[in-house]
Each structure stands twice: as structure tokens, then as C-alpha cells.
Design a protein around this ligand. Structure first.
Ligand code: F3S
Length: 756
């Protein structure tokens, strides 16, 4: 099942009617984004248009993609739903857990040695539940999705923020947390705040050293890392249609770096060429039949200001190559003297040590071919490369074809290390140093998307700059951050001055794509007999047991676990870094629960009072003692509690350890929903000042929990250690269905019950 043509035909067959109706409801011509959104409503067409940036809407995505790090907990949870198969086509891609060190062959073997239990689990659970499985080394999730699954006008969600890459093939593709993916796998709707719309008109044409990457680097400069928040960015104009499909993917991919919900492009000839080149003639034929619905109505692009919330125009003919960084992807500098000045002023090392080409952002055949045209010149002009080269092809199909066509050979002649077709340095899986924390200050250039401190190699002193693959190659050859390939000469090994010519390349392989073994495993038709492989002694994986409903009687005598002071993000609640290896083992990862939260009484982290013995200790240990004593606890927090990534662990861990309720001044919405899904109480102070009434030795009695109902505040009696009491009112946003989740112990328990 490379892709599901019947599903695509179904999406297209209903499009004309739905788009017509949506146009009536909205009352004006539609953008592409609106067409896709209104064509994927879970419930029928509304009587009024949704308000952008305000209304929460239920959608029915066509596909789901998961990467190996996030898939573990998502699939462990899905197993709880009691379904024989996933409700929508889903794939799992093993790309994050492979370290880049010595080169593809050795690194892949090493990854298979140390992470086989995770890969075996993912493979078996995929096989059992009808999920397509892409083995380690098969490629990076988003490149593989673009090559195999993305289709114009479709909607997909994925458990990775760069799922948005599929916008390059005209999708609305959005990165989500595992809990959302599980809902859709289990046959439930997926909720999203109806996005705002930003239009980006691309005029002119890319040429010379300027690449699609420079378009998004420019957009990042204009909008900054927050400018796209809550919005879909829709690109259009002659500059858009003149660009390759994978180039569009690069632009959409880095939409994540401006905070955009997603980005997309209308269906055009470049997408048709890409579909046909990647063996999807039938998808191209079907898309051609509904072509007019796979792009905005003509009036929209003629007068974009009337239809988008914000419009940006970029003339590609005037755009030059950019270098963004360090430490943030929106800090843009033109190549050459502007960089000399900035680097000198800010004390950025001018010398470049590595040029890395690849990641889901820029690892297409076109990217490798254009970068290799620069690398070839180093060979032809007898230039010695000053920096080291590392290459991560995006997929086995790209790697195989690039090898066949001599592209990889060019890099290898320059002593480049060809890493596995996987994320590698992009996700910090780069064994560059033995002791990264104490590694020296240095600069690197890469064609990836993120360049936060420590992102690539764990070294806080690495200054990472983001550029197109061809500029990355040129800078690696020159070994200088401020090298301007349009103007600067290099001295070759014969002492002769030479210049690099403009890059050239192939949008698609002239001899077509080829691959011997693409690394895909089709699930069996009937997975009922497949056993899911989890070793009982595993440190990294543990099958989940259903959460027991919290009984009303348990909500008397509840103890305060921690009153968190100030910011408490999902990272404070469930820290990342070294804990990531335990993502599939709820009990082990629970040992990081709330260790980053600041205790309001002593301003220390991971140091709270145990009311049972008066001693102070770490949050997880203290909580485990309450659990052993059969006592439920409450976490109290400040504003926007649970902001940050949508990590479901931040709700699952407290729940697993026996926390019954989280009471805060306000919630980040996704975290609040995650608490509800896990069958906990997520509550807010009716009167914010009551936060100050909560004392370290307090006990809580939920007086009217037996009457828990929508729109009805709850009453809590807070008993202080001196015997005095405060009675406080708390609000909640549970609807009827969510109260059922709570009463059943979790949303998945309810689904399972309904399936029984
Ligand atoms: Fe992997 Fe980096 Fe993309 S981590 S999915 S290559 S952003």
C-alpha cells in the first residue's frame, strides 16, 4: 500500500459539492486553505462561516504519519482503544533514533543494535493494526511522505512539527501531539482552532544562487519566529508555480519555524510532474480532474488583501542567497560583507567547520544535485575543501538514485561522510564530540530548519547557520561564513584564483527514480494473530494498563504535591533531553515528573514537602510515597500552565503517579485537553487570588464532585495545617462527553467500552 488511491478518489469526489457549499456559507470566493478545511469537516457544512482564529472546529484528516520517537507512546495508547485496526491510513517512520557518527552502514547497524527493541515494537504494533512501517534507514518521515503519500487537496496530521512539509504537494498537513493522533487513529474527530490565513505572493523567478530555501529564510526574517502563529500560510503567484514541488516542500517545512499552523501551495504542473515521477500517475490523473478546486478561486489571487488576514509579496528576481542564524532561524543576513560585519561585531567564528546537507527540509534529489554541482567544481578547479561535509539523503529512493547518477560519488571524492537516510545531526543525533558541553566555540552551516543552541551536536558554543544546500556546499568549500559565491574568488591548490559558477541541477532525475529496497513493510491484512513485541525487562517500553477512574471518595483528604511558581511548561512537567529514551515507558519517564517546576514556597525545583513525614524530597519520589499510602494529590499552578509542546506525557505521568487534579490560574488549552483525555481534573481558580491562599501543608476536600456537570463550578474546602479552612470555587470546561472520559478513567477507556 504505497498510497490509498480509493481514499484520494473519495476526497476528490465530494470536493466540488462541498466547495460550492462552503463558498455559499463564507459568502465569497475561497482560498485554497479554506477549500481544503471545509472539505474535511467532521460534521456537515455549518450554517455560518467559521471565525478565523476563534472557532474550534472538528476535522476528519485523511492520513496520519508518526516518527519513531513520538510513535511509541501514541501507539501504546492506541492499543488501549481496543480497535482491530487504525481508522485512517497511518504510517510509522524510523528516522529519529539513528545517530550520525561514522557513516551510514556502521551508524545504521549501531542504531539497530541499541534500539532494536523500539524498532521491533513499532514494527509489530504497525503490522497488527494495519499501519505502514518504514524501517530504520528507509528515510526521513517528511521526505518519504512527500514521495509516497502526500496528495493535493488532502489533509493529514503527523506527530512531528515538520509534518507541514507535505504542503509542498498541496496538502494541509499539520504537526500534532500523540494524543491527537491517537484520537484520529481510534476513529474520533480532530479539533483545531480555525486558522487565520496569510497569503504570500511570489513574483519574479528564482535564478542563479537563489533557492526555495531563501524564500522561507526571507519569510522568516519578515514574520519572525512567532509571526505565523495560528495561521496557514498560502503561497501563490508566478514565482510559486515556477518552482519545483520539493522546493515548495522546503518552504512549507520551515513554516514551522515561523510558528505557522501549516503552509501550502495550489496544485500546479510541478506537482503533477512530481507525482508522475514518484510513480503516482493515477493520483495526478485524479487531481487533474478537480484541478480548479485544488487552488484558490481566481479572484483571491487577483485581490489577495480582500481574502487573507495578511499579505506579503516577495519578488524572487530580487532575492539573494541568505544565511540565517545563529541560534534562531529568523536572523537573516545576506551573504558577503554584511556577514563579515555582523560576525565581527557579534564575535561569531568566521571559520566554518562543517557543512551539513540534508534533513527533512532539504534532502530531495534536486537539493543533492544542485549541491553536488558546486562540489564537482571543487574537484574540477582543484580546490581543497576547508570544512568537512556531511550528507543525509532524505530517503532510500533519493539515496539510491543519487548514487546511481554519480551525485554521492562527487561528495565522497571530497571526503564527505554520507550519513544514514535519517534525521541525524538535525535532531542532535550527531556524535560529534565526546563531551559536547565543554566543546569549543565554532561555526557550522547546514541546510536544516532549526538552529537553536545545542540542536545539532549538543555543544552550546556551536553557532549554526541555515542556508540552501548549494550555498552550504559553497561555504563548506570556502570554509568562511562570509564567503559570497557571487563575488568572491578562492585560491586553489595551484595558487590560482578561481570562482564558483552558479549551481545547476535537476528538478527530477533525468533517468527517473529508482530503488532496490525502499525499506517499507506492508502490514498484514488481518493482524489479529500478530503479537506485539515488548520485552518484560525493557527500560524503554512498557505496555500501558488502563487508568482506573478516580472515585469521588478519593477526592477527600487530597494533599498538595506542589504549588508551582511562575512559568510551568510541558517541559517543566516532563523534561526532554536524556529522558526522551524513556518515552515509551510510562513508569520510567514518570521519574522526571514536574522536576523542572519551581516550588512556590522555597523557589527551588524538585524539592517539595512530603506531608506524611514533613521531609523534603524530589517531586516524583514524594508523589510515589503518597501513591503508596493511597492518597491522591493536587498540583497547583500559575497562568498558562502546560504551555509549550503538546507532549501527552505531561498529562499521563502525573496521572500515572496518582495526581488527581491540577488547579491553576489558567491553562494552555492543549494541555488542559490532554488532562481531560487522561481522566484527570483540570480546574481553574474562579478567583485568581485564591492561589495565594494555598499553603504548603494543605489538604483538599472536593465537596460537590458527585455533582460534576458542564458549566457548574466545583467547590473545594482547603484545610490548612492550623485547622483553619478556606472554601474556594473552581471552574472547569468539561462538556458532557469529557465528563464521561473522567468517569471512565480516560477517553480511551470510554472508546474501548463503546467498542466492546
Ligand atoms: Fe528529522 Fe530534523 Fe526533520 S529531526 S523530521 S530531519 S526537522
Amino acid at each position: 500500500m504505497a498510497f490509498d488511491i480509493d481514499m484520494i478518489k473519495k476526497v476528490y469526489s465530494q470536493m466540488a459539492e462541498r466547495v460550492d457549499k462552503a463558498r455559499e456559507v463564507v459568502g465569497k470566493p475561497l482560498t485554497l486553505s479554506e477549500k481544503i478545511l471545509y472539505n474535511h469537516l467532521w460534521d456537515g457544512m455549518p450554517s455560518e462561516a467559521f471565525q478565523r482564529g476563534k472557532d474550534y472546529v472538528d476535522f476528519a484528516p485523511d492520513r496520519i504519519a508518526c516518527q519513531d520517537a513520538t510513535a511509541q507512546m501514541a501507539l501504546l495508547q492506541f492499543m488501549q482503544a481496543g480497535k482491530p485496526k487504525v481508522a485512517v491510513p497511518t504510517t510509522v517512520h524510523c528516522d529519529h533514533l539513528i545517530q550520525a557518527k561514522e557513516g551510514a552502514a556502521k551508524d545504521l547497524k549501531h542504531a539497530n543494535d541499541i534500539s532494536s527493541e523500539v524498532f521491533d515494537f513499532l514494527e509489530s504494533v504497525s503490522n497488527k493494526y494495519g499501519i505502514g512501517f518504514w524501517k530504520p534507514g528507509a528515510g526521513i518521515i517528511h521526505q518519504v511522505v512527500l514521495e509516497n503519500y502526500a496528495f493535493p487537496g488532502g489533509m493529514m496530521i503527523g506527530t512531528d512539527s515538520h509534518t507541514v512539509n507535505a504542503g509542498g504537494l498541496g496538502m494541509v498537513a499539520i504537526g500534532v501531539g500523540g494524543a491527537d493522533a491517537v484520537d484520529v487513529m481510534a476513529g474520533m474527530a480532530w479539533e483545531l482552532k480555525f486558522p487565520k490565513l496569510i497569503g504570500v505572493k511570489l513574483t519574479g523567478r528564482l535564478s542563479g544562487w537563489t533557492a526555495p530555501k531563501d524564500v522561507i529564510l526571507k519569510v522568516a526574517e519578515i514574520l519572525t519566529v512567532k509571526g505565523g502563529t495560528g495561521a496557514i500560510v498560502e503561497y501563490f503567484g508566478p514565482g510559486a508555480t515556477a518552482m519545483s514541488c520539493t522546493g515548495k516542500g522546503t518552504i512549507c517545512n520551515m513554516g514551522a519555524e515561523i510558528g505557522a499552523t501549516t503552509s501550502t501551495f495550489g496544485y500546479d504542473d510541478s506537482m503533477e510532474r512530481y507525482l508522475r515521477a514518484t510513480d503516482r500517475e493515477d493520483v495526478a490523473d485524479e487531481a487533474n480532474k478537480v484541478r480548479q478546486h485544488l487552488t484558490a478561486d481566481p479572484e483571491v489571487y487577483q485581490n489577495p488583501e480582500a481574502y487573507f488576514d495578511q499579505v506579503i509579496e516577495i519578488n524572487l528576481s530580487e532575492l539573494g542567497p541568505l544565511l540565517n542564524g545563529p541560534f534562531t532561524p529568523d536572523l537573516s543576513t545576506e551573504v558577503g560583507t554584511a556577514m563579515t560585519e555582523k560576525a565581527t561585531k557579534n564575535d561569531w567564528p568566521i571559520k566554518v567547520e562543517w557543512g551539513l546537507i540534508g534533513s527533512c527540509t532539504n534532502s530531495s534529489y534536486e537539493d543533492l544535485s544542485r549541491a553536488s554541482s558546486i562540489a564537482q567544481q571543487a574537484l574540477d578547479k582543484n580546490l581543497k575543501t576547508k570544512a568537512e561535509f556531511g550528507i543525509n539523503p532524505g530517503s532510500e529512493q533519493v539515496r539510491y538514485t543519487a548514487e546511481r547518477d554519480g551525485i554521492l560519488d562527487v561528495f565522497e571524492k571530497l571526503d564527505a561522510t554520507i550519513f544514514t537516510n535519517a534525521c541525524g545531526p538535525c535532531i542532535g543525533q550527531w556524535a560529534r564530540y565526546n563531551d559536547p558541553k565543554n566543546a569549543p566555540k565554532n561555526s557550522i552551516v547546514h541546510s536544516f530548519n532549526r538552529n537553536f543552541a545545542k540542536r545539532a551536536d549538543g555543544n552550546p558554543n556551536t553557532h549554526a547557520f541555515v542556508a540552501s544546500p548549494e550555498l552550504t556546499a559553497a561555504i563548506a568549500i570556502a570554509g568562511r561564513l562570509d564567503f559570497n559565491p557571487l563575488k568572491d574568488k578562492l585560491i586553489n591548490e595551484d595558487g590560482v584564483e578561481v570562482m564558483l559558477d552558479e549551481p545547476t541541477g535537476w528538478e527530477l532525475p533525468p533517468k527517473g527514480f529508482d530503488v532496490e529496497e525502499n525499506g517499507y513493510l506492508e502490514p498484514v491484512k488481518d493482524g489479529s494473530g500478530v503479537e506485539v513485541v515488548v520485552n518484560d525487562n525493557s527500560e524503554r517500553l512498557e505496555l500501558l494498563t488502563p487508568f482506573q477512574p478516580i472515585q469521588d471518595s478519593e477526592l477527600q483528604g487530597v494533599k498538595l504535591l506542589i504549588k508551582a511558581f511562575g512559568k510551568c511548561t510541558t517541559d517543566h512537567i516532563s523534561m526532554a533531553g536524556p529522558w526522551l529514551r524513556f518515552r515509551g515507558h510510562l513508569d520510567n519517564i514518570s521519574n522526571n515528573t514536574l522536576i523542572g517546576a519551581v516550588n512556590a514556597y522555597n523557589k527551588k525545583t524538585n524539592f517539595v514537602k512530603n506531608q506524611l513525614n514533613g521531609e523534603y524530597g524530589g517531586v516524583p519520589d514524594t508523589q510515589r510515597e503518597y501513591k503508596a499510602a493511597g492518597i491522591k494529590t493536587i498540583v497547583v499552578g500559575d497562568h498558562n500552565y502546560g504551555e509549550g509542546s503538546s507532549r501527552e506525557h505531561a498529562a499521563m505521568q502525573p496521572r500515572h503517579l496518582g495526581v488527581a487534579a491540577v488547579l491553576v490560574k489558567s491553562f494552555a488549552r492543549i494541555h488542559e485537553t490532554n488532562l481531560k483525555k487522561q481522566g484527570m481534573l483540570g480546574l481553574t481558580f474562579a478567583n485568581e487570588d485564591d492561589y495565594d491562599k494555598i499553603q504548603e501543608d494543605d489538604t483538599f476536600n472536593f465537596l460537590d464532585i458527585s455533582d460534576f456537570a458542564p458549566n457548574k463550578p466545583l467547590t473545594i474546602e482547603v484545610v490548612h495545617s492550623d485547622g483553619s479552612k478556606d472554601t474556594i470555587m473552581v471552574n472547569h470546561t468539561y462538556n458532557d462527553a469529557q465528563i464521561k472520559w473522567y468517569r471512565e478513567g480516560s477517553a480511551l477507556n470510554l472508546i474501548k467500552k463503546q467498542n466492546a
